[in-house]
Design a protein around this ligand. Structure first.
Ligand SMILES: [Mn+2]
Length: 337
C-alpha cells in the first residue's frame, strides 16, 4: 500500500538531516526528480523557518543534501542548480541522516554505494514509478505515472510548495527523459497538462532538448555508428540486440552513460518487436530492454532479477551474454509475446 503524500510530508517536516538520492548511472528522471525534491525541500525549510519566527519559536534549519554514487552526466549539467548535486566520492562528512529519500529506484540496491549513508536511525522514503518496485522503504509511494518527476510534481503541488523555474526545469527534463520527449506510450493527457503547467515557469523546451538530447560527444556518435552497423536480429522472436564488451567500450573511448538511448535506437528497426542492449560492466552484464508491441519486458528482465516497466526494463546478471540470449529466446517462444 502507498503512504499518502500528507504522511510523507509529515515525516519530512519532522526530519532535520535529509538525504535525497537516486539510482546509479543517473538519467534525466533521477536527476530531475532529485533536484526538484532538493529545491522544494529547501523552499519548505524557508517557509517553516518563517512560520517559527512569526511564532517566536526557535527553528533549526534542515540539512538537505542530494548525493548520487555517480557523477552528473555532461548533458544534464545545463540544469540551473546542477552544482548542488554531489558525487558520493567527494562526500566526507560524518552526518547521520535521519531521513533518506530514494527516488526513481525500484529497489534499494539501485542507489548503489549511497546505501552506506543509511544508519539504523535513518528512515527511508521510497518514491518511484517502476511496477517492479519492491517497496523497500519505511514509507512508500509507487505510482504508475510516466516518471518519478511527474510524481514529484503532484507531491510538490499537494505539499503547497510553490513551483519556480529551477524546480520546473528539473521536472520537465525528467518527464522528457522518461517519455522519450513525449513519444512513448506513457505520454498521457495528464503528462501534457503537467508539462504545460511547467512552461508557466519559463521553461524553454527547445533549450532543454538542445542541451539534454541533442548534444552528443564524438565518442557517443561513433558508438551509435558502431551499434547501428553491427546489430543482430533474430527473426523468429523479432528481437534486435547488441552486445558490447568492456574492450570495445574502451576502444571507442566511451564514458559512462554513452550507452544510454542505444536500446531505443535499436527498437526503431522496422521489423523489431523487442530490443535488447547488453553491456559488459565489471564482471557483470547489464541488460536494457524496450518493447514496441505487447511483449512484457518487465517479465523478461525479471528472469534475471531485474524489472522496470512493461515496455522498458533492465537487469544486471553474472551470466555470459550467450546464456542470457538463450534464456530470453526460450522464454519469448514460450508465449512471452
Ligand atoms: Mn524514471
Amino acid at each position: 500500500m502507498n503512504n499518502k503524500f500528507s504522511e510523507i510530508l509529515e515525516i519530512i517536516k519532522n526530519s532535520n538531516r535529509i538525504l535525497v538520492t537516486s539510482h546509479t548511472s543517473p538519467d534525466g528522471d533521477s536527476i530531475g526528480s532529485g533536484l526538484a525534491m532538493l529545491l522544494a525541500l529547501n523552499k519548505l525549510n524557508e517557509t517553516l523557518k518563517k512560520e517559527a519566527e512569526e511564532k517566536n519559536i526557535i527553528y533549526i534549519d534542515k540539512t538537505l543534501r542530494f548525493i548520487l554514487e555517480d557523477e552528473t552526466p555532461k548533458n544534464l549539467k545545463f540544469l540551473t542548480h546542477s552544482l548542488l548535486i554531489e558525487e558520493l566520492k567527494n562526500y566526507d562528512s560524518k552526518y547521520e541522516f535521519d531521513l533518506m529519500i530514494c527516488l526513481d529506484s525500484g529497489n534499494f540496491d539501485r542507489v548503489g554505494k549511497v546505501q552506506q549513508l543509511k544508519t539504523k536511525n535513518t528512515k527511508v522514503i521510497n518514491m518511484d514509478h517502476h511496477i517492479s518496485n519492491d517497496r523497500f522503504g519505511d514509507y512508500n509511494y509507487v505510482g504508475s505515472l510516466s516518471s518519478t518527476s511527474e510524481i514529484l510534481f503532484d507531491f510538490i503541488k499537494e505539499a503547497n510548495i510553490e513551483l519556480d523555474h529551477g524546480i520546473a526545469e528539473a521536472l520537465y527534463t525528467g518527464i522528457v527523459n522518461d517519455t522519450g520527449n513525449f513519444k512513448h506510450s506513457n505520454t498521457t493527457k495528464k503528462v501534457f497538462k503537467t508539462a504545460s503547467e511547467l512552461l508557466e515557469y519559463k521553461v524553454e523546451p527547445n533549450e532543454i532538448i538542445k542541451n539534454f538530447l541533442d548534444t552528443k560527444s564524438m565518442e557517443k556518435l561513433k558508438l551509435m555508428g558502431r551499434v547501428l552497423s553491427n546489430f543482430k536480429f533474430i527473426e523468429d522472436q523479432k528481437l534486435v540486440y547488441y552486445y558490447i564488451s568492456e574492450a570495445e567500450l574502451e576502444e571507442l573511448k566511451t564514458s559512462k552513460g554513452d550507452t544510454s538511448g542505444l536500446v531505443e535506437l535499436l527498437l526503431s528497426y522496422e521489423d523489431a518487436s523487442v530490443s535488447l542492449f547488453l553491456k559488459e560492466d565489471k564482471g557483470y552484464i547489464k541488460g536494457s530492454f524496450r518493447s514496441k508491441y505487447d511483449v512484457d519486458v518487465n517479465a523478461l528482465a525479471g528472469l534475471f532479477g531485474g524489472g522496470g516497466h512493461i515496455k522498458a526494463a533492465g537487469f544486471k546478471t553474472n551470466k555470459p551474454s550467450h546464456e542470457i540470449l538463450d534464456i530470453i529466446i526460450k522464454n519469448m517462444s514460450l508465449g512471452g509475446r
